[in-house]
Design a protein around this ligand. Sequence first.
Ligand code: PLP
Length: 415
Amino acid sequence: MPNITTLKCTTCAKEYQPEELDYTCPICGPMRGTLEVLYDYDQLTKDLTKASLQQNHDFTHWRYLPLLPIIKKEYIQPLSLGWTPIYKTQDLAARLGMKNLWIKDDGRNPSASYKDRASSVAVVKTLEKKAPTITAASTGNAASSLAAFTAVAGLPTVIFVPQDAPKAKITQLLLFGAKVLRVQGSYDDAFDLCCTAAEKWGWYNRSTAINPYLGEGKKTGAFEICEQLQWQVPDYVFVAVGDGCIYQSLWKGFKEFHQIGLIDRVPKLIGVQAEGASPLVRAFVAGRDTAEPVQTDTFADSIAVGVPRDQVKALKAVRESNGRFIAVDDDEIKKAIALLAGKAGVLAEPAGATGMAGLMKMAQMSEIKSDESAVVLVTGNGLKDIDGVMQASEQQSVLVENDIADVAMKFKRLP
Ligand SMILES: *Cc1c(COP(=O)(O)O)cnc(C)c1O
């Protein structure tokens, strides 16, 4: 592969060539043996520079191609993704006692979540490997994202989701033409079933963490934060955490940009879980390097993960980055949805607003200083889960007669 040197096991550090295997280290197994994609960083220091980026007019995440695991560029699908807007917020920052707060809205990707960064890469890998079919287990967003890209590529796609995944995500899947299997069970059950099916029928598996290339797509959010903020790295980055793949990938992204000399420091990464699905918070607090499985209970469906598949890398990343994993409850997430919508004009699904809820909590506990800067990553659009998001609204609409007198009367009652 262009700049890739090896795939390195997160646990035993054994190195493999990319042609040797597709998923995880056979010695350490699926959970501990996730692979890290390593590049020729000396070469990249020459190839990927501020000057080269300044001359690059591709404002999608493919602008970072030298640091992506793509062999055949012709397999990149034309859906436009990445380089999502980053907003400096004044009012919102002031409310939290801060001066420098940015919201990066990844709900603006083609299927409306951060997962598009990973799926766009997975589709290229499927085509490169000439796999006949691709599959994924997902709480909903990874699947709907994959299905959007495979629709364009014309790739047969089989999806395993928990039976009660939000309707909008199922709708996306069906219209993008995926075969959708709703598993009677949790996301964690769907994950195991998907892996068994992939092995049985030889499908390429885009399920998170076991596939080393997904995180490569997901790290581009970190690259964009650096570049969009003119290389002024923020003190903190807040992001929601389920399996931990986005979290560890962001960390890898910042580390890589640091290593090739594009930034002179790295942020503290704050991973935010829903209290009802917080195995990584517990492991972090207990100082463990793996997580105990939990039963999940949260309305933030995208992060309702009881067995985080990228736990080893995520727990390593939190220590390396001097970051933290913290938990917020569903009410705190609802407040964050309302604040993001009401003050920044960004409608987030519950998991999409969870990073914000984490910042609100830390600000409230005076754990952020007023002169410290933060970026909050919004990972999914609110229209993906209207029933969930509606729970955050304090307002109700008012029904009026088609009559100005009735409007005059009822308008007065609106808060
Ligand atoms: C998947 C997802 C997350 C969490 O990502 P992980 O890699 O599972 O930690 C957060 N927010 C949204 C909207 C997601 O779809």
